[in-house]
Design a binder for this molecule. Structure first.
Ligand SMILES: *Cc1c(COP(=O)(O)O)cnc(C)c1O
Length: 253
């Protein structure tokens, strides 16, 4: 699902192509327009700009390479269909500067002979080839330990579903706020929404910030509101946002 610039995130989707250009849903796997006999298929499983997320781990004829940066360690994944998944650690796993790569042995074997040594993951599997960013790696180890102590990926998944559910329920509760992503494709990590009266969005963001609710502005290409509720965001933080949404609606509807 390549990034394309969304033209008008607010208009109601009419037909399928318009739906796709609005990034309001994730197409079913059988709708994907794939090149026959492709060596691999590249996907991004959670899309952070509009807030779309796949709900299944697909299995295709070709191995899948997936950028899972923005949902890594937020849920258990079924890795069967993936040849390689990678995740910049900075969302859920640790500090910026380290990227986690999970690669199938079979997939590793398929490399072209012309691949430079440094760019061949096999090199890094076999030995420590260069000096890695040791402090970020140390922190990722701490985070995985934290996750394991709380009950692992099933436990954090339950927390994440609860957090996202609180926000989507609040958005749906009245027509003061609305979500541009269809049910079934809504991201558990990046909850995006708009205000019916879009003139109020700047005020919403400003007052939120005064309450200590930071970084809620939507991505610069789409605007609106985006709550990125990665693993480190506690339930209490989401509850504070829901409470603010209630108060703002009472004051301005
Ligand atoms: C987070 C993310 C980006 C942006 O990367 P940053 O370095 O954090 O700004 C780009 N693409 C994907 C898929 C991401 O999850």
């Amino acid at each position: 699902m390549n990034q394309q610039t969304s033209t008008d995130a607010t208009s109601a989707p009419a037909d399928r192509s318009e739906r796709q250009y609005n990034f309001s849903y994730v197409p079913e796997v059988d709708e994907w327009d794939l090149t026959p006999d492709a060596d691999y298929v590249y996907i991004t499983t959670n899309e952070t700009v509009n807030g779309n997320q796949m709900t299944t781990d697909p299995v295709l004829d070709a191995p899948i390479i997936a950028d899972v940066s923005s949902e890594f360690l937020s849920r258990p994944m079924d890795l069967e269909g993936y040849g390689l998944v990678f995740a910049g650690a900075q969302k859920n796993a640790g500090p910026a500067g380290v990227t986690v790569v999970l690669v199938h042995d079979d997939f590793l074997e398929q490399k072209k002979e012309t691949l430079p040594t440094m760019l061949d993951y096999g090199t890094h599997v076999r030995r420590r080839y260069n000096t890695p960013p040791t402090f970020p790696i140390y922190m990722v180890e701490k985070v995985t330990r934290w996750l394991r102590n709380m009950g692992g990926l099933d436990a954090i998944h339950a927390v994440n579903k609860r957090k996202a559910g609180m926000l989507y329920d609040r958005i749906e509760q009245t027509d003061f706020y609305y979500c541009t992503v269809e049910e079934g494709s809504r991201s558990m990590m990046n909850v995006t929404f708009r205000l019916q009266d879009s003139d109020l969005e700047d005020l919403f963001l400003k007052q939120a910030e005064q309450r200590g609710l930071m970084s809620l502005a939507g991505h610069r290409t789409v605007g609106g509101v985006r709550a990125s509720i990665y693993n480190a965001m506690p339930v209490e933080g989401v509850a504070a946002l829901v409470q603010f949404m209630d108060e703002f609606e009472r004051a301005y509807r």
